[in-house]
Design a protein around this ligand. Structure first.
Ligand code: C2E
Ligand code: CA
Ligand code: CA
Length: 787
């Protein structure tokens, strides 16, 4: 289950990041807006000012041209008057008849005067003192040698008071200058004509000399003399060869820029300038510009407020996201922790802590899923139930640490021997379960089982300083043949494993018996079973048990044989399993009890010395009380002392139906029958378990005895078993003793009794009778004669 979707966190993180950018972006945008607003406002203001200036200059150009033309014409008239006045210099001395300009309406010319070549006044149109400015001009004209060449051009003098300016024209006779015509021109009059166009105070119409020095000006409708303090000259502007031009001059005195244009007269070194205060020009725009300014300010304020609002909002959002992110981080950490714990809990719950393999629960889960696929597959699925032989004994005697190491090593070997996707699980204790998928044949399943037996049977070295030997017993159930659900398959594989255990250690068995190698023969035996009991095809062989104290026989074990008419003598390993599976074991068991008792009676009647005979009892025979009845009734019938009957049971007897088995065995024990625990070390219970069992002896399985001399772990198990059994007051019998060395070793270890080919091979009753006759007289070693 996905508790949390991590992408949300990263989204939040990016949103928080975006929040920061939103703030920065808003500020930048605001700055940009402000810049645009003010750029537009300023360029608008400047543009309009520029435009106003241009317009003003343009307007002034028109006026200055008109005024210049007028003045040029007025000054030009001086030539005409000069011509007319030249008669005053005629030698006849007539009073010249020079018309006074006023008489024909020329108000510009105030006084006309003619001077002789020595500057003597020859004629004057009005009375009064000749102005010094006129005299000076006349002198200048007379002294000017180049006057001849410019005779047609009037000279202009310094302006005099009353806004007049003297003008002089040389009078020439032939090449000889004979006098000078001079006149006072009332510029004031002239300029007053333009009063209208200069009515505003800031507008000035100025008359300038050729150097740009002001001669007169009319400002605010008032004509005034030059005021050099008020205005700087336009010397820098005028007289650079251009007749017309613009003026933009800043007055140094009051820092007012005057703008306008000038126009130099065509024929006279005089210029007319029309100028305005820039302040006045721009002043007209002030209102409008102020409104622009206000508009700009208003827009700026709005922009700032808006961006401030947005920034605050973005900040708040950012903080919110930040808090959210932090809480998300914490949540994420918590979830991760939870998930880790969950995973750990799941691992703990689903896996075996020791081997790391899946446990029973997990196996069921995974196998169920896997088997769902099996339904659609044409191949086989095999469940292997695997149990380690001797494990309990190893665990009990070598210690749990060794047992644990062994289980780990087994788990490792299993994993190594199988494919990656095969399921291996520990089922508990020394049981492992395996599911192998998609096998194309039963043969393949056998091959795998063989491989597992081989790989698990190799010695386990370095198990906490011990070298340990064990073998697996494997039961195999195939899907779909032996079951289609995991429960059935496990159950059947388990049953097959029991069957494998019975047939010896390190074996595998299929659940479906027909798949086992001896299946055909098993079937044949099975079909003949009932008849075999009836026809007395079974017989008993007896094997002596020897006391290690004095090396004398102390008992016998009855071992079943089937004298098959076709196959000859068949050993119990080949048919006991079948008998157990098909419920023949109880009648067979009864037959054995009867046969043993009958045999004992016969030996007694023949006068043979008698030894107790141990009968092997199967688990199934302990499921009801019939065994007790059969034994006791046979004993009574044949009048046999109860001490001569012993029974041997395996641990499996206590597993299938523990209460009944315990009760039956207790009854037998109470009746005086000795009970031994057979095949000890291969079963499921530990030594501690022995305490509760109604037994008097333990028979150590022959698989421990075989390598007792070489295998340190087996030797250790045997000696520990002997010591512990003695502690519990139990007798110890070693099975499968085949060599002298084993005898010596077992005697040294304190073992009580031995059984095996070394002393005596199982033999028919008739052969045993001979041994019995010699019983008590034979030297110990000579017992071997019967082996
Ligand atoms: P078991 O009870 O452990 O019997 C001892 C087995 O060890 C016998 O095999 C015996 O022949 C064999 N044996 C004895 N000494 C040696 C030795 O030195 N070396 C080796 N390699 N083997 C030795 P057997 O007779 O084939 O019996 C096999 C098993 O069949 C028995 O194991 C017992 O579990 C079962 N069985 C035999 N007779 C009966 C019976 O009457 N009733 C029942 N229920 N089971 C029986
Ligand atoms: Ca036995
Ligand atoms: Ca045995």
């Amino acid at each position: 289950m996905i508790l949390y979707q991590p992408f949300k966190f990263s989204t939040l993180k990016s949103i928080a990041q975006e929040g920061r950018w939103l703030v920065v972006g808003t500020i930048l945008l605001a700055v940009l807006c402000l810049a645009i607003i003010w750029l537009i406002t300023i360029s608008l203001v400047l543009g309009e000012r520029r435009q106003a200036v241009e317009q003003s200059i343009l307007a002034s150009q028109n006026i200055s041209s008109i005024v210049a033309a007028d003045i040029d014409e007025v000054f030009g008239r001086a030539l005409l008057y000069a011509q007319l006045s030249s008669s005053a210099l005629k030698p006849n001395g007539d009073t010249p008849s020079i018309p006074a300009p006023l008489t024909f309406g020329d108000s510009a010319y105030l006084r006309l005067a003619v001077f002789g070549s020595n500057a003597e006044l020859k004629y004057v149109s009005s009375r009064g003192e000749i102005e010094p400015e006129m005299r000076e001009l006349v002198r200048v004209v007379l002294q000017d040698s180049s006057a001849l060449h410019r005779q047609r051009r009037p000279f202009i003098g310094r302006p005099a008071a009353n806004w007049t300016i003297p003008v002089a024209v040389p009078i020439v006779s032939g090449d000889e200058p004979i006098g000078v015509f001079a006149a006072n021109i009332d510029l004031g009059y002239l300029l007053r004509l333009y009063k209208e166009s200069t009515s505003s105070k800031d507008t000035a119409l100025e008359v300038l000399d050729f150097h740009g020095q002001q001669l007169f000006e009319i400002r605010g409708g008032m004509v005034s003399d030059s005021d050099h303090d008020a205005l700087s000259s336009y010397s820098g502007v005028i007289g650079r060869g251009k007749k017309l031009g613009r003026i933009e001059v800043a007055s140094q005195a009051n820092n007012i820029t005057r703008i306008g244009s000038y126009h130099i007269l065509d024929r006279f070194p005089i210029a007319v300038a029309i100028t305005r205060d820039s302040v006045a020009v721009e002043g007209e725009l002030t209102e409008r510009h102020r409104s622009y300014l206000w508009r700009g300010i208003l827009m700026s304020v709005v922009t700032i407020l808006l961006s401030a609002g947005l920034t605050v909002l973005a900040q708040r959002q950012r903080r919110l996201y930040q808090e959210l992110t932090e809480s998300e981080v914490q949540k994420q950490a918590l979830i991760e922790q939870l998930e880790q714990e969950k995973a750990r809990a799941f691992q703990l719950a689903s896996h075996d802590f020791l081997t790391g393999l899946p446990n029973r629960m997990m196996f069921y889960e995974l196998a169920t899923v896997e088997l769902a696929r099996a339904r659609r597959s044409r191949n086989l699925y095999a469940v292997y139930f695997l149990d380690l032989d001797k494990f309990k004994a190893i665990n009990d005697t070598l210690g749990h640490a060794v047992g644990d190491l062994l289980l780990k090593a087994v788990a490792e070997r299993l994993r190594g021997a199988l494919r990656e996707y095969d399921l291996v699980a520990r089922f508990g204790g020394d049981e492992f379960i395996i599911l192998v998928s998609e096998l194309n044949s039963e043969e393949r399943a056998s091959k795998i089982a063989e491989k597992l037996v081989d790989c698990l049977s190799a010695p386990y070295l370095e198990m906490n300083g011990h070298s340990v030997d064990t073998t697996p017993s494997i039961g195999i159930a195939l899907c779909p043949r032996d079951g289609q659900d995991i429960d059935t398959l496990i159950l059947n594989a388990d049953a097959a494993m029991y069957s494998a255990k019975r047939s010896g250690r390190g074996k595998y068995r299929f659940y479906d018996d027909s798949l086992n190698t001896s299946s055909a023969r098993s079937l044949e035996l099975l079909t003949r079973f009932r008849r075999a009991i009836r026809d007395n095809e079974f017989c008993l062989h007896y094997q002596m048990r020897i006391s290690l104290k004095d090396l004398r026989p102390v008992g016998m074990e009855a071992l079943l044989r089937w004298q098959h008419p076709k196959h000859g003598l068949i050993f119990p390993g080949d048919f006991i399993g079948i008998a157990e599976e098909h419920n023949y074991i109880t009648p067979l068991g009864h037959w054995i009890v009867t046969a043993v008792c009958t045999q004992l009676a016969q030996w007694r009647d023949a006068g043979n010395p008698l030894l107790p005979v141990a009968i092997n009892i199967s688990a199934r025979q302990l499921s009801d009380d019939s065994l007790v009845d059969v034994i006791l009734s046979n004993i009574r019938e044949k009048n046999i002392p109860v001490e001569l009957i012993e029974i041997e049971v395996t641990e499996s007897c206590f597993l299938e139906c523990p209460e009944t088995a315990q009760r039956v065995l207790e009854k037998l024990q109470q009746a005086g029958i000795q009970i031994s625990l057979d095949d000890y070390g291969t079963g499921f219970s530990g030594l501690s378990h022995l305490k509760q069992l109604p037994i008097s002896a333990v028979k150590i399985d022959r698989s421990f005895i075989r390598d007792i001399r070489n295998d340190t772990s087996d030797a250790m198990i045997v000696s520990s078993t002997i010591a512990l059994s003695h502690n519990l007051g139990l007798k110890v019998v070693a099975e499968g003793v085949e060599t002298k060395e084993q005898v010596v070793h077992l005697k040294t270890a304190g073992c009580d009794e031995v059984q095996g080919f070394y002393f005596h091979r199982p033999a028919p009753a008739s052969d045993v009778a001979v041994s019995l006759q010699n019983f008590g007289r034979l030297p110990v070693e000579s017992m071997r004669a019967y082996a």
